[in-house]
Structure formats: C-alpha cells, structure tokens
Design a protein around this ligand. Sequence first.
Ligand SMILES: Cc1cc2nc3c(=O)[nH]c(=O)nc-3n(C[C@H](O)[C@H](O)[C@H](O)COP(=O)(O)O)c2cc1C
Length: 354
Amino acid sequence: MRAIPSVLGEEQTAFLVRQRVARLATADSAGKPHAVPVCFACARASVYVALDEKPKDVPVTRLKRVKNILENPDVALIADRYTEEWDLLAFVMVRGRAELLDPDTEEHIAAVKLLRGKYHQYETMRIEENPVIAIRPERAASWGALDEPKSSGTQILDTIHGRRSVRRYLQKGVPEDLVERVLEAARWAPSPHGRQPWRFAVLTREETKERLARAMGEEWRANLEMDGQGAEIVEKRLQGSRRRLLDAPVLLLICLYLEDLDAYPDAGRQRGERTMAVQSLGAAAQNALLAAYDLGLDAGWMCAPLFCPEKVVEALRLDPKLVPHALLTLGYAEGDPPKRRSRKTLDELVVCRD
Ligand SMILES: Cc1cc2nc3c(=O)[nH]c(=O)nc-3n(C[C@H](O)[C@H](O)[C@H](O)COP(=O)(O)O)c2cc1C
C-alpha cells in the first residue's frame, strides 16, 4: 500500500470504513457526469473499488466509469447515512484522482484482499482478474453526525430481549431457506484464529430424530438410575426429553471440531486452545438462536449430547472426530413459554468499572 499522508481526518475515515456503499461520480473529457453505487474499501491513503463484472462479459474498458477515468481521472466518491432521525444524517465526500490498478501488482493484490475482507460476497467472485479502481484522495469534505451510531441499538436489543428458550413446538414445518439463514448466522461467529472449530448437523427426518432420541435416552436412563432416581421419575423425564426431540421440526446439532486448531507441546496452552474452541461454539450457537428469533422462529438449547458424544456420533453415523456439544431445537412455539428466567442486574454482574 502506498504511504501517502491521508487527507481524510480520523472521524471521516472511521465513518467511511463503516459504510457498505458509496456513490462514485466520474465525468468524461467533456465534463458530462456519471454516477454509480459502488462497494468500496478504504486504506489509509486510498479508496478501492472493484470491477466485479465477469471478466469475459464486457471488457471492463467498456464500462462508462472506466472510460471516464481513462479520459479524465478526476472523481468524487460520497458515502452517506440517511435515517428518519435527521440529527443522525451525515456524509463524507472524497475528491481525488483515480487510476486503474493492473491485476497481479502488489497494490492490486492488497486491494483485492481488503475488498474481500469487507464483502464476503467477493470471496467467490473473480475480482482479482479485473483492474481495481484506486482513488487517491486530494480533498475531503464532510457534514453531519459522523460519530453517531447508525441506530440506537434498539433493534438488536429487542431481538436479544425477545429471544427465549422454547421447549414445545407446533407441528408446523420450518422452510428450508430459514434454516439456511440460521446456519449462515452461525457460520459468521467469531472463532480462534478464524478456524471455525465447529460443524453442524441438520436433522429433520423422523427416523433420524428417533435414532438420536433413543441413543441419548439410553445414556440418560443409565445416569439417572445411577443417581438413584425413582423409576417413575426416570420415565417421566425421559419421555419429556424424547417429546422435545421428536416434536421439534428441526434439530441443529453443533459439534466441536478440533482438527484445525493449533497444537502445543504443553498441556496449559492446549487447554486454552480447546477452551477457545468451546467459547466459539457458544458464540455460533448464540448467533443461530438470535437469527432464528429474528426470522420469526423459536429455538431451545439442549445440552444432552455433551454427556454422550460417542453415542450421538454413532447414532447419526458422524465422523468420529466430531464432538457433539449443543443441540438446538427449531420451530414455532406452541404458546408462550411458561417460565422465563429473570436476569441478575448489571450492578451484580459488573465487578469493576475502574
Ligand atoms: C450451555 C447451555 C446448555 C443448556 N442446556 C439446556 C438443556 O439441556 N435443557 C433446557 O431445557 N435448557 C437448556 N438451556 C437453556 C437455559 O435453561 C436457558 O437459556 C435459561 O434458563 C435462560 O432462559 P431463556 O433462554 O429463556 O432466556 C441451556 C443453555 C445453555 C447456554
């Protein structure tokens, strides 16, 4: 990347970095303007825009924005925030000169990496085969509440507050595309070294759920009997758990997968590595639960697989390298859940505000 001192201030850069879309204005040699919405990525001294047309569809030099830049490199790029709360309006406009970076040059490779880092959709598009537009800012102008958050956070907090564990479901099927979106949310959980040490099994067939319920039931029965529970109670609890598994239209089993993690010679660091993987599995599960709730679905969490992982692997014929941990039930709640755990106050939970 070029080490040109940036004309963008800290606030302006922070605002630009948060925006997902901007408008790129170019003009031909006669000054005739042209503007298009663009995805972009910012480095300290340049703004990059990919040319994401399929390389062989239209030669990129035929694109109006590219023709204009070749004729007249003066461009402007504007990113703005609009909300109905007008005291949150803001924009940053960058004026500068644009150039086309040829594929395979050092800056092109770095720019493609930046763009792919910001937009996961670019991961599967061959943007590396096209030139990238690099804008070298010469002047920047901005207006409005650059520092304000885009929303007051009420939307995400509503989802967090609204979600609750559901243990009884309607016999109403869950559309496959909603399950895919729940999985997509889980896929984007943070993970140690970005290795995603978890795998998912999606169970919808009655026969498969039945196999799982039977395998986990046997183990649980043995454990309850070992605890000295009475036969009647054992039967009742097993039936309750079995009903939960069979009634839920979709079961999402989240397994730990440790194969891609770092290996350490000492037990302490190895334990830390495994703990991080488990923490990350929890984040994936929570992403799934929140996404499900946001999509109008209900969900619950069952820890049973954690206590008989080999039985679950065997019953579902999974790779023995997988360690089943969490079982999420997905569906539509039969009614409002009877009890909702209250939460400790922040005063009890925050132990230090130094
Ligand atoms: C790691 C973990 C394991 C859980 N295991 C179970 C379970 O086996 N059975 C169950 O009914 N709920 C289980 N839960 C759900 C909790 O009971 C529930 O989240 C808690 O009571 C708070 O209620 P809420 O989710 O409705 O806010 C589990 C939750 C977590 C995070």
